[in-house]
Write a protein that binds this ligand. Structure first.
Ligand code: ADP
Length: 394
């Protein structure tokens, strides 16, 4: 067996999967929550064997030990015979990490240095890497960056129109996020439609949400920027704003950098507008006639439509639109609402296919339009496992 252990360390969680990089099959997976406390919680599955219990996880190292123990108890022990590499999800790769990278001490320090650009995310990723390298010193560890797929965005798309020298000094540019998902999904679409030369738009709609334009496999635009705040309306994040709002609020509402960070990351989006951060709750409130929820839904959809139109123009045409992640994969309502106004682009939804509960990758257009519409479940763990296996055997 040659599996890859995929680790996704968040600030208070550790998600992991043991994945066959050839097939994507996960022989074991788990989630440890409330890392950083002695009241952590483990949910683990090794095939049919389930293991759920409270655990003490004062730091990420303890969480890695809990994971090792759960794997052992589940009959999928992590040994050099069964695992060929460890793949780590790292949110921000900065300017220098443009592809999956074998981790050594130098790479660790560079990820640390980039943390200034992603203070909410990179420190956790790094804690996961350090703990796992200690636990599995003989295995190759590979960092897979959320920004890498967008590292070759055309300069016109990657550049903010601010003072050039200041931007250079502070590495301010558009980096993009969810890249592993956008890359994986756009590749799936190419193989499903049997063409490499597609002009595609991918909508990754989860708690975080982003949209990308991909031309013949290469990302040419994406909605997230220096940070994962820009672009679409999200669960609790605002997406695009007039930057003047920040200046204004700092003057009239006495909000400092931390206050604005909280507002834009935690108290905005559909939650700020409609009072619900989970899309299912928002949709239910809208159906119950709640006005705030209805406006939140409409703002969310309006932003999507605006971006799809803009990206079709950037691409100079459109062959496929694909929905992925929690909302994109599971909400026929959002898909229909977003596409309703796009008939002029040649988008024609098949209502029955759109509402089918089939969970797999599939087309949901009626076959008579110019644009294929698809739902493709994202699988970032498999994508990370493939990248890690490739780098490890190099
Ligand atoms: P994350 O960004 O945390 O990875 P996910 O991709 O898991 O997020 O997406 C989470 C979102 O998906 C939540 O807002 C949730 O409400 C939404 N979601 C999950 N299932 C459904 C569903 N059946 N209908 C609508 N939304 C759903």
């Amino acid at each position: 067996m040659s599996n890859v252990l995929v680790i996704n360390a968040g600030s208070s969680s550790l998600k992991y999967q043991l994945v066959d990089p050839e097939t994507g099959e996960a022989s074991a997976k788990g989630l440890i929550e409330r890392v950083g406390t002695d009241k952590g919680h483990l949910k683990h599955e090794s095939g049919d064997r389930k293991d759920e219990r409270d655990v003490e996880v004062p730091h990420h190292s303890a969480a890695v030990t809990v994971m090792q123990d759960a794997m052992e108890r589940g009959g999928t022990p992590l040994t050099p015979d069964s695992v060929i590499a460890v793949g780590h999800r790292v949110v921000h790769g900065g300017r220098n990490f443009t592809e999956p990278t074998l981790i050594d001490d130098g790479v660790e320090s560079e990820i640390d240095r980039v943390a200034v650009l992603a203070p909410l995310h990179n420190p956790a990723g790094l804690a996961g890497i350090r703990s796992a390298r200690k636990a599995f010193p003989d295995l190759p560890h590979v960092a897979v960056f959320d920004t890498a797929f967008f590292s070759e965005l055309p300069a016109a798309a990657a550049t903010y129109a601010i003072d050039r020298d200041l931007a250079r000094e502070h590495a301010i540019r558009r980096y993009g996020f969810h890249g592993t998902s956008h890359e994986y999904v756009s590749q799936q679409v190419s193989s499903l439609l049997g063409r490499d030369d597609l002009k595609q738009i991918v909508l990754h709609l989860g708690n975080g949400a982003s949209i990308s334009a991909v031309d013949s496999g290469r990302a040419v635009e994406t909605s997230m920027g220096l940070t994962p705040l820009e672009g679409l309306v999200m669960g609790t994040r605002s997406g695009d704003l007039d930057p003047g709002i920040l200046l204004h609020l700092s003057r009239v509402a006495d909000l400092d950098a931390q206050g604005l960070d909280d507002l834009l990351n935690k108290k905005s989006g559909i939650y700020g507008l409609g009072g619900h951060r989970d899309f299912r709750d928002l949709a239910q409130a809208k159906d119950d006639g709640d006005e705030a929820a209805t406006l939140a839904f409409d703002v969310y959809v309006h932003r999507l439509v605006k971006y799809v139109g803009a990206y079709a123009a950037v691409l100079g045409g459109l062959d496929a639109i694909t929905f992925t992640a929690g909302v994109g994969e599971n909400s026929p309502t959002i898909r229909a609402a977003a596409l309703e106004q796009l008939g002029f682009l040649g988008v024609r939804l098949d209502e029955q296919k759109n509402s089918s509960r089939d969970g797999g990758a599939r087309r949901i257009d009626d076959g008579a339009g110019r644009v294929a519409v698809l739902v493709v479940p994202t699988n970032e763990e498999w994508a990370i496992a493939r990248h890690a296996a490739e780098v490890a055997v190099r």
